[in-house]
Design a protein around this ligand. Structure first.
Ligand SMILES: C[S@@+](CC[C@H](N)C(=O)[O-])C[C@H]1O[C@@H](n2cnc3c(N)ncnc32)[C@H](O)[C@@H]1O
Length: 292
């Protein structure tokens, strides 16, 4: 690896700066005595930056929530990759997410990390410090700078017929206006019929109060716009989108949550990770074709 220089996080403003919160949570967990997961690439990226993950991670509920969702989403993505040997994964609002290096990826995986230009510029600089995928590997990792509220990002993703698509929106949608979330989900189901979507949503209560209560979030100046209490709301937006599964980060290891360990119902109401089917399942389509 080339000699390391610390890169400045000053170029990250507002919502872009929020990426430091989940990165810090993953690094701090990885460096703990008995970590629940180890994010080797995340630790290496943080090491190249001029920020202290331990300071950002002092915000306990953000930290634990991000750690819990990391475990949930890593498992859900691994499950998808297991079910679909030829997968195209599109990670929206990816920040400095390093899931591509944590999951059990097959040779044929294609993975796109999408975020706003200042984030992608920084991520490319950071990743240029590491070795590329080995020569001859068909695993492809691509970073794409785009605003996900403008559907033209889709034109930059070359498609093949035999790939199953998984879209991830982790720590993203709460920063978008509801109209943008609705439009984005419609675009996804139009474009990726038969694909799947994993998204993280915060409750309406959290959306209202967390921007003021969380020191880490307050520091970024980012505003929270979208909250969701009932996943069926999304099914009502578009009948082609169906809930497949639902997890609650607040169910994870109560002792980690400080005072919230005494309030299990509140804890589990705060945030959700939701798994949706976009349009008809590919397996169902295959079954119909073979029955015809
Ligand atoms: C809290 S961070 C989450 C990063 C990553 N998903 C993770 O969990 O580590 C939110 C990310 O969403 C990105 N973001 C916010 N609005 C966006 C938009 N309209 N288009 C693309 N990315 C956006 C921000 O730049 C930031 O990197």
């Amino acid at each position: 690896m080339a000699e390391r220089a610390h890169l400045s996080t000053d170029r990250l403003n507002g919502v872009c700066e929020t990426l430091l919160i989940p990165l810090a949570a993953r690094v701090v967990e990885s460096e703990s005595v008995a970590p629940a997961f180890y994010d080797e690439r995340g630790v290496a990226l943080a090491d190249l930056l001029d920020f202290d993950p331990h300071v950002v991670a002092r915000d306990r509920w953000n930290k634990v929530g991000c750690q819990a969702r990391t475990l949930i989403l890593d498992a859900a993505v691994n499950d998808f990759l297991q079910r679909h040997p030829r997968a195209l994964v599109i990670n929206l609002g990816a920040g400095l997410c390093t899931r591509f290096w944590r999951v059990h990826a097959r040779e044929s995986l294609r993975w796109f990390d999408i975020d706003l230009p200042s984030v992608i510029e920084l991520k490319r600089e950071l990743l240029s410090q590491f070795d590329k995928e080995p020569e001859g590997s068909r695993r492809q990792y691509t970073t794409l700078d785009a605003d996900v509220t403008d559907p033209s990002w889709l034109e930059q993703i070359p498609r093949t017929n035999d790939e199953q698509v998984l879209v991830i929106a982790e720590g993203l949608l709460m920063y978008l206006e509801q109209d943008s979330v609705q439009q984005l989900l419609k675009t996804l189901v139009d474009e990726f019929t038969g694909g799947e979507l994993l998204l993280e949503a915060w409750s309406k209560f959290v959306r209202r109060v967390w921007g003021r209560l969380s020191p880490a979030l307050r520091r970024t100046g980012a505003s929270l716009h979208w909250g969701l209490d009932n996943p069926r709301t999304i099914e009502a937006w578009d009948s082609r989108i169906r809930v497949k599964n639902e997890w609650r980060p607040g169910d994870w290891e109560p002792h980690r949550w400080g005072l919230l360990r005494y309030a299990p119902a509140l804890r589990r109401s705060l945030t959700k990770v939701l798994h949706f089917q976009l349009g008809e399942a590919v397996d169902a389509v295959d079954a119909q074709h073979s029955a015809a």
